[in-house]
Design a protein around this ligand. Structure first.
Ligand code: GRF
Length: 196
């Protein structure tokens, strides 16, 4: 097998998708290793899990920088230092400039809790319920400068059931997220799916 791709996961909070990727990458034949977890928030819960698994972590706190460009330069320096091949956004709550995203085109993934192109942006579960959707779901896609718009790698469809509220629907979708994100990373790391 060719060398495993070096992956950085960017988080801002709970990190359950990060944990799913870390678990998947412990399989000996998984084509990627999680080399770094970066959070823009020092209090992100996910950092504890990553540290407990012996994974290098870094905090790049956006509040410490005078501009978005300065923040992104610090983030890029961390990724370069760790010789990262692929970046996975997993509940990372900062928007990027096009200059940051472009060099990562085809090598940066995001997970979004809807069946894109439906429900880009926030509050996807409440919006799906308000729209009376019968099928909802999640999407792993390549990141491009336009929000939630890059080429799709994998999607999972999740039924909306009688009596669902945003929390119960979110929980069902999250279980699907944890299945498709590792599967999508595997496809990309093996070069079987290309974003450009
Ligand atoms: C997930 O629902 C993901 O789709 C969205 O933000 C949430 C992050 O959850 N982008 P977690 O931090 O991975 O637990």
């Amino acid at each position: 097998m060719s060398a495993r791709k070096r992956v950085a996961i960017l988080i801002s909070g709970r990190g359950s998708n990060m944990a799913a990727l870390i678990e998947a990458a412990t399989e000996p034949d998984f084509p990627a290793e999680i080399a770094l977890v970066v959070s823009n928030r020092p209090d992100a819960k996910g950092l504890e899990f990553a540290t407990a698994r012996g994974i290098a972590t870094a905090i790049v706190d956006h509040r410490a920088f005078a501009s978005r460009e300065a923040f992104e330069a610090a983030l890029q320096a961390k990724l370069a230092e760790a010789r990262i091949d692929i970046v996975c956004l997993a509940g990372f709550l900062r928007m990027f400039t096009a200059s940051f995203v472009e060099p990562w085109r085809g090598r940066m993934l995001n997970i979004h809790p809807s069946l894109l192109p439906e429900f880009k942006g926030l509050d996807t579960h409440a919006r799906a319920l308000a729209a009376n959707a019968k099928i909802h779901g999640c999407t792993v896609h390549f990141v491009v400068p336009e929000l939630d718009s890059g080429p799709i790698v994998l999607q999972a469809r999740v039924p909306v059931v009688e009596g669902d509220d945003a929390d119960s629907l979110a929980e069902r979708v999250l279980a699907a997220e944890h299945r498709i994100y590792p599967a999508a990373l595997k496809l990309v790391a093996e070069g079987k799916v290309k974003g450009i």
